[in-house]
Write a protein that binds this ligand. Structure first.
Ligand code: ZN
Length: 141
């Protein structure tokens, strides 16, 4: 098993849903565990629900307003896999490295994401059609 010095592991898979209660019930039944966290990210216009499966997480995302990126995604592509999130140790260094490699980042600076993470996104156009999220755990305040 070779270790990337840059991306530590897949942190979570983000799944866009229309009805968060129905999706939460479906995932609870499928995974056999209840979510460990529900959180609204006001800046992104989403409600999130997190499940933990071994070392990995599943994040359900539901739009809380019509201009939310999740609302736009569901309008264009329907419900389903929205992004793949990788854990990184130094998000700013990884953003600079990916930019250097020709990837298009959706923001210049990392943002406060759900689950106490600093996050940044790579445009799917430069990542083979998959929205990529980088996340770095924040120090507890
Ligand atoms: Zn995510």
């Amino acid at each position: 098993m070779s270790q990337s010095p840059h991306f530590e592991h897949i942190e979570h898979l983000g799944i866009a849903v229309k009805d968060v209660s129905a999706a939460e019930a479906r995932y609870t039944a499928m995974l056999g565990v209840a979510p460990y966290k529900r959180e609204e990210v006001i800046s992104e216009g989403v409600t999130t629900v997190f499940f933990q499966i071994g070392p990995n997480k599943i994040e359900l995302l539901k739009a809380t307003r019509p201009d939310s990126p999740i609302a736009t995604f569901i309008e264009r592509r329907g419900e389903g896999l929205h992004h793949v999130a990788y854990k990184v140790a130094d998000i700013r260094a990884e953003m600079a490295r990916l930019k250097q490699e020709g990837f298009l980042l959706l923001s210049e600076e990392p943002k406060q994401g759900a689950d106490n993470m600093l996050v940044a996104f790579v445009h799917p156009r430069t990542a083979g059609g998959v929205l990529i999220e980088l996340c770095q755990t924040q120090e507890a305040k």
